[in-house]
Design a protein around this ligand. Sequence first.
Ligand code: ZN
Length: 192
Amino acid sequence: MEEKELKNLFEKNMALLSGHFKLSSGFHSDTYFQSALILQHPKEAARLAWALAKKIKEHNIIVDVVASPALGGVVIGHEVARAFDVRAIFLERIDEKMSLRRGFSVNKGEKILVVEDVITTGLSTREVINSLKLFDVEIVAIASLVDRSAEKIDFGIPKFSLLSLNIKNYKAQECPMCKKGNNIVVKPGSRK
Ligand SMILES: [Zn+2]
């Protein structure tokens, strides 16, 4: 999929918004991506997942399991796993620690693809990787619909995204939109 087509699709579904946002991290930003608004449409979720899977398959990367952080990565992780015809598991934050629950398990040596909806700071991705590594698995790649870090975060593992955005986050006291007196219109959801 072309980046332009993707941007249009996200914007049409209000998943990608321009404005003046306060993130739950406290930072201010001029762009906001809410993956749930595009992934609520199963056909679009499947289409995006296939496009992401195709990129990864082109690099001959073998995947045994897709693992995602809950909640943001669950839907897209499930669809990417379908495209690879492998199982999809997710990790949940329990007592500040990303953990496998619900009887999910991984086997020693399994090749894991970590799938996120959006990478901003890379924090939850890193937590998923660190948690899974304890099981002696191989993390073969990281994939996300959107990379908000402009691909600046290096995990030392191949990383794929459909859309790379160079989004600036500002501390509240340094925010140029605040300085202009622009109202904050949205306080979006979970920290990523
Ligand atoms: Zn501001």
